[in-house]
Ligand binder design. Structure first.
Ligand SMILES: [Zn+2]
Length: 498
């Protein structure tokens, strides 16, 4: 056999498309050619593979070796193909049985000694290998991550010699048994630890129940960050599919991705973060904060301080749950279904309306500050809530009954009603859904219309009020939206300009 095929996987966004490594030995002057438009890193792997094969006392065939990584147009960077390339050469030269390679896929970088080093983005490859029905060979350091794809057979190796002995049937390696090391979910921070702020906690509950985006407006030091960080703990636990999506993103983004598995993410990027850091990008596109917040919460503190262009980009993922990053030749898609919690000060100094009278901001300055936020972005935020400074902590009862566990139970019940009724959370209702599921008795319809007229609210704002009212009714297990729900929803109508 002078031709061998080894299966491996590339990494594009959070996907792991199949790559086959074909190794062919021909007569002629000894040489080693890599084709399939590989990038520099793959060329470097030729040297690593040659050294690893020689240092393991295998025969490096003194023939004309051609290696083809197919398909040609996938990015193939990093050392992840070293192991597949080495196996291809060994199989093509009869040093491991080629038939043993048919049902496996392999990933791993080789050290010059033949030791197998960990690579990034193993989980997406593991999920894809499971779907393809093959066994996955991974570096031992990546085995626990690969084993998150339950049902996948994982062979963990530390050295090329070990793998060759396994494939030759000399020393079979037992499939890796998951250690459960990554399943060490920490508790979310509890709502009960936030003192006072009853109205803001109520808004968090409503946001969680209907998947509504939320904007807190209030002076510094009122606990907006503290409140926002409690939202993940109010949301239903991730199901396995969602947890794997989250873990796959973190697998692609860093080497130690899974210390909070399987938790909903809470991301809190600073307003000075660059566009690519927030939405993703780069020549080899990496996920940004909005993707790292997938299935969790993206908290943008001091919202008006963010680059306006970046904020405009958020509109796409807020609608579609994904972000498409266009590159010169192709596009990379990253998931980005996050719940947005934003916070802003009422004015540039933050103390507008504060009893201390510290605010000296002029109306023009305040207008300019608020004007940094575009109507279309604010339109995607259903709940606008003012957070006031608590007069003094001494007067605030610690336990007002709102802890995360009891709130999460209410949220779960309300969400279940929405899914059974319409298949989506209330925040995602379209016009037809609004008509069907948020119909009002004519007296209430008139009442809402006159309220909107009085407050100069747009039709879109009225729709927002209806969706929130639907969530308030669902929290009470009510079939129909009542006047009280409308009245409370109207309180969340937010800024005059929206
Ligand atoms: Zn001010």
């Amino acid at each position: 056999m002078s031709l061998a095929i080894v299966h491996s996987r590339a990494q594009v966004g959070v996907e792991a498309p199949a790559v086959t490594v074909e190794a062919h030995l021909a007569n002629g002057l000894p040489s080693l050619a890599l084709v399939g438009l590989p990038e520099t890193a793959v060329k470097e792997s030729k040297d690593r593979v040659r050294s690893a094969i020689l240092n393991c006392a295998f025969d490096f065939p003194p023939r004309r070796i051609t290696l083809n990584l197919a398909p040609a147009d996938l990015p193939k960077d990093g050392g992840r193909f070293d192991l597949a390339i080495a196996l291809g050469i060994l199989a093509a030269s009869g040093q491991v049985p080629a038939a043993a390679l048919e049902q496996i896929e392999c990933l791993g970088e080789l050290a010059l000694s033949g030791a197998v080093r960990p690579v990034q983005g193993v989980l997406p490859a593991a999920l894809a290998a499971r779907a393809a029905g093959r066994t996955l060979v991974v570096p031992r350091a990546n085995a626990e991550e690969a084993s998150l794809a339950s049902g996948l057979q994982v062979i963990a190796v530390e050295h090329l010699l070990e793998l060759a002995a396994h494939l030759n049937g000399q020393t079979p390696i037992a499939p890796y048994q998951a250690q459960g090391l990554l399943r060490r979910s920490q508790p979310y921070p509890d709502l009960a630890e936030v003192q006072g702020q009853t109205a803001a906690k109520r808004a968090l509950l409503v946001a969680a129940a209907g998947s509504h985006n939320l904007l807190f407006s209030g002076p510094p030091g009122t606990g907006k960050t503290l409140l926002a960080s409690r939202l993940p703990g109010l949301l239903p636990p991730l199901d396995e599919q969602e947890a794997l999506e989250v873990a796959a993103i973190h697998s692609v983004a860093s080497h130690t991705p899974l210390d909070a598995w399987p938790q909903r993410p809470f991301r809190n990027p600073h307003h000075s973060a660059s566009g690519p850091a927030l939405v993703g990008g780069g020549s080899r596109p990496q996920p940004g904060e909005i993707t790292l917040a997938h299935q969790g919460v993206l908290f943008l503190d001091e919202l008006p301080e963010f680059d306006r262009k970046v904020l405009e980009v958020l509109r796409e993922p807020l609608e579609s749950g994904q972000i498409v990053i266009a590159r010169a030749r192709d596009k990379v898609r990253f998931p980005a279904r996050f719940q947005l919690v934003a916070a802003m000060n009422p004015c540039p100094c933050g103390f507008l309306g504060d009893p201390s009278g510290r605010c000296r901001c002029t109306p023009e300055q305040i207008q300019r500050y608020r004007g940094k936020l575009s109507g279309p972005l604010l339109d995607r935020i259903d709940l606008h809530v003012t957070v006031a400074r608590e007069t003094t902590a001494l007067h605030v009862p610690l336990g007002d009954g709102a802890d995360s566990a009891s709130s999460a139970a209410l949220v779960a019940r309300a969400r279940q009603r929405q899914i059974q009724r319409q298949g989506v959370a209330n925040a995602f209702l379209d016009l037809a859904g609004l008509r069907q599921h948020c119909a009002l008795p004519s007296a209430d319809q008139d009442w809402l219309e006159s309220a909107c007229e009085r407050l100069a609210l747009s039709l879109r704002a009225a729709h927002r009020i209806l969706k929130v009212a639907r969530t308030l009714a669902d929290l009470e297990q009510a079939e129909l939206i009542a006047r009280s729900h409308l009245a409370e929803a109207l309180q969340y109508r937010g800024h005059p300009q929206s």
